[in-house]
Design a protein around this ligand. Structure first.
Ligand SMILES: Nc1nc2c(ncn2[C@@H]2O[C@H](COP(=O)(O)OP(=O)(O)OP(=O)(O)O)[C@@H](O)[C@H]2O)c(=O)[nH]1
Ligand SMILES: [Mg+2]
Length: 478
């Protein structure tokens, strides 16, 4: 009878969380169907945008111009141009039918604001290479080029010119699935298009309509958030560089089969929630988020603010860093900088757990890849894990449990109560607390020891309502 009741109580909580997860997905779907189709699928606008950005259904043969940065303002100083080039190649290869047909690293001697970026000698050399490999487009791997530069270089190289903003936006466009993601990408596209075609009325109208939809999306998110708060469930947002293993980690922790990790940049563009449960019976929601990348204007990430707010609001953050990546230190820095730019409160950054993932890919010799103090400042929450082999996950769950109890204002109280008595009924009915553990008292089997997890707010109400309960309290960690 005892176990039946607890089982019923747990099932009840689980089903409310499942319903919550499902409802939040449904809301997104309904939202897509009802409001966005016409705005997103505006054929006239889509063809104009493709024409302006020179997007072809056959893809592009791309020549990559990788500037080797001398100036901090335009790039990352601590990484090598070769690593930057590898990332630039991955970006292009993420786009369906786009191929890299040539590349070169060219030292940028100025601050990168010149019309042709480079001097006459380099410009001629690049033009020749582009011609030789029959490239149909050039990708200058700089965060954002000015219109004067785009026009100037297109004229010199006789091919359309892309910068990181336009390439990442193109990837976002291809990967966006939900209405919310599509909407935010459409909004992020406006400045890029306005840049290339000065038709203020057309863009003003579209931007106004899109912003109105974003406002609805925000309202809608608030509704979901209110619902989440009403069931008082702790949330953990998983953030990190793109392709670091965020989705894989949530999949490993929740065994949610719907999650599909992919070896692809920006595979996840929808912020989704996934129910999990910790060993102390605490139910929680994991929030999967869009990955970050270096050298793109913050406006692009900003466009995702409506959905990123879910991450910002989470009780706790887990930062996934791919330690097998040769540029992991810079990736770590980029994520920290982006989080600061998103105005995540410093207290949340302090309590954040950092996991170094893909540990299985490190060689024995790499074991001395112990991160030096100055490279990544220690926050005492650093763990080495592998989502693939499961290594380090138990330790992570242990730390997560402790951190989340604090971050979500939980208290553990142990009561010794008469089995079937009034207090026993109140504690196990599922309305007040989660039962972490229950054992029969060794001295008197009529009594049960109940280890209960309360939110602090509920505990205060419980104490006020059942003042007599304190007589049965054995321990309390508040
Ligand atoms: N060897 C190894 N591969 C891993 C590990 N964790 C993730 N991966 C692989 O890394 C790739 C990226 O994983 P995802 O979980 O999709 O990464 P993500 O951070 O969600 O990526 P985005 O959503 O694109 O930002 C996939 O091919 C995973 O199978 C790990 O611990 N070891
Ligand atoms: Mg992902």
């Amino acid at each position: 009878m005892l176990f039946k009741q607890v089982f019923k109580h747990l099932s009840c909580i689980k089903s409310s969380i499942r319903t919550f997860s499902r409802t939040s997905r449904l809301y997104t779907k309904e939202f897509t169907d009802r409001h966005l189709q016409s705005l997103i699928n505006d054929n006239e606008f889509t063809s104009m945008s493709s024409a302006l950005l020179h997007i072809r259904s056959t893809g592009h043969r791309v020549f990559i111009i990788q500037p080797s940065m001398k100036f901090k303002a335009r790039g990352r100083q601590s990484t090598t141009a070769q690593l930057q080039l590898s990332e630039s190649i991955s970006l292009i290869e993420t786009l369906d039918k786009w191929r890299v047909v040539g590349h070169g690293i060219y030292t940028l001697k100025t601050s990168g604001t010149q019309r042709y970026l480079y001097g006459k000698g380099n410009v001629e050399k690049i033009a020749e290479e582009i011609h030789e490999c029959q490239a149909t487009a050039a990708f200058v791997s700089i965060d954002r080029l000015s219109l004067v530069q785009i026009d100037g270089l297109a004229e010199k190289f006789c091919v359309p010119i892309y910068d990181r903003y336009s390439i990442v936006l193109q990837i976002f466009k291809n990967h966006a699935q939900s209405g919310a993601a599509k909407l935010q990408v459409a909004l992020a596209e406006i400045p890029l298009l306005r840049y290339r075609k000065n038709d203020s009325e057309l863009f003003k109208d579209r931007e106004r309509n899109l912003r109105a939809e974003v406002a609805k999306l925000e309202q809608h998110r608030k509704l979901i958030k209110r619902r989440r708060l009403s069931i008082d469930i702790p949330t953990v947002a998983v953030v990190g560089y793109t392709n670091s293993g965020k989705t894989s980690l949530i999949k490993a922790l929740t065994k949610d089969a719907s999650l599909q990790p992919k070896n692809q940049l920006f595979a996840t563009l929808d912020v989704t929630t996934h129910a999990g449960v910790l060993p102390n019976a605490l139910n929680l929601l994991y929030v999967d988020t869009v990955g970050f990348i270096a050298d793109i204007p913050t406006t692009l990430i900003e466009a995702f603010r409506a959905t990123l707010n879910d991450a910002i609001d989470a009780h706790l953050l887990i930062h996934v860093c791919d330690i097998s990546h040769p540029d992991y230190i810079v990736q770590h820095k980029t994520v920290m900088q982006t989080l600061r730019e998103l105005n995540i409160p410093s207290s949340k950054l302090d309590s954040m757990i950092t996991v170094f993932n893909k540990y299985d890919l490190l060689d024995q010799e790499d074991d001395d890849k112990v991160i030096s103090e100055q490279a990544i400042p220690d926050n005492n929450n650093r763990l080495y894990i592998s989502c693939k082999t499961g290594q380090g996950l138990d330790q992570l769950i242990d730390v997560l449990e402790k951190r989340l109890m604090i971050a979500s204002d939980r208290v553990t109280c142990e009561y010794r109560v008469l089995q079937g008595g009034q207090l026993y009924q109140v504690l196990t009915n599922g309305n007040q607390c989660t039962i972490e553990n229950m054992i029969v008292d060794e001295d008197d089997p009529q009594f049960i020891r109940l280890k209960c997890l309360f939110s602090k707010a509920t505990y205060a109400k419980f104490q006020a309502h059942y003042s007599g309960a304190s007589k049965y309290l054995i321990s309390n960690d508040s």
